[in-house]
Design a protein around this ligand. Structure first.
Ligand code: BDR
Ligand code: CA
Length: 316
């Protein structure tokens, strides 16, 4: 199936897997990355913004603008994930991260998201949030007309099964549940690429050796990321191979047939003492035809890694 080049905005908190998501978008010829917006999550807004600039520098994509977003969630205090992403938010082994060759734009991320969606042709820009949803929620509150202009929102976050940050909730939706509730509650197409799907995207030693075999700077960067991610995921959550969550959302935008989805009503739990931040999928609904939300269920693992490795190869 032929699809036109898709314009996307990645709203992210790099983050090992956010970094791979950015590389996938940059190296895939069917994607035009309009810009990166950052949000505190895996680490503070300062650190994840610095990491985003480093990723663009490694990829030689210094023309992609970076906009700094909200400094904290709507209601919650700031929460970061050092146990998974290390002290810098993008801990790495055996690779020297460069000093960024790009700077951050002056405009605030939320303002830029709104302006971009109001400027571009309606139905042409896909939002790909891979961190807490604060910026996207603020953008839709600032300018509700963006709802009908967005092509779709394809987000990494949530889970209809078990969570990872709590037994009930996935990290991104747990950090800012109110923002998630706003984003899931708007009348735009939302695809939730949650843990149920992303735990299938495991970076095995075989995947890692494919990156190493590229013999390129971007390939070595991925090896260094995966090494650190593997150790941290083993210590923190017992995984032998780390799940590389965020590029799954980009892969869906590139080729929806790589990710199976099911239309289902979704909502976010805000009040439960044990379940705050949980995304609830109501699979009881018999006719979800008028439902604007869907969840990702099954990943074509082989084609997914082919997409990622081809993209990284193209970056050299
Ligand atoms: C999500 O949380 C972050 O740690 C990752 O970058 C990913 O977006 C997985 O729960
Ligand atoms: Ca992320």
């Amino acid at each position: 199936m032929w699809l036109p080049v898709r314009k996307i905005i990645i709203d992210c908190d790099p983050g090992h897997d956010d970094a791979v998501a950015i590389l996938l978008a940059l190296g895939n010829p069917d994607i035009e990355l309009l810009g990166l917006t950052t949000i505190g999550g895996n680490h503070t807004i300062d650190k994840v913004t610095h990491n985003a600039l480093q990723v663009l520098t490694i990829a030689g994509a210094t023309n992609v603008p970076v906009y700094r977003g909200a400094t904290r969630p709507l209601i919650n205090e700031v929460v970061t994930a050092e146990d998974i992403h290390g002290d810098t938010g993008m801990e790495i082994h055996g690779y020297d991260l460069p000093e960024p060759e790009v700077g951050v734009e002056d405009e605030h991320a939320v303002r830029w998201i709104v302006d971009t969606l109001m400027r571009e042709e309606p139905g042409t820009v896909t939002l790909v949030p891979t961190g807490p949803l604060t910026n996207i929620a603020l953008a839709v509150r600032m300018e509700p007309r963006i709802v009908s202009r967005v092509r779709e929102v394809v987000l990494m976050g949530g889970a209809y099964g078990t969570g990872n940050w709590t037994a009930s909730a996935e990290f991104n939706t747990w950090v800012d549940p109110e923002a998630a509730a706003i984003v899931f509650g708007e009348d735009w197409p939302v695809v939730m690429v949650g843990l149920d799907l992303t735990h299938q995207a495991l970076a095995t030693p075989e995947v890692e050796s494919r990156f190493a075999a590229l013999g390129t700077s971007a390939g070595d960067f991925c090896v260094g990321l995966i090494d650190a991610f593997r150790r941290n995921y083993k210590d923190a959550q017992g995984f032998d191979n780390p799940p590389v969550h965020d590029p799954c959302a980009v892969a869906y935008v590139i080729d929806p047939s790589v990710v199976e989805t099911v239309a289902v009503p979704l909502s976010v739990e805000l009040t439960g003492a044990l379940t705050r931040g949980r995304t609830v999928a109501d699979f009881r609904v018999l006719d979800p035809s008028d439902c604007n939300t869907s969840v990702a269920t099954r990943l074509d693992v082989e084609r997914f890694w082919d997409l990622v490795i081809d993209a990284v190869q193209r970056l050299g």
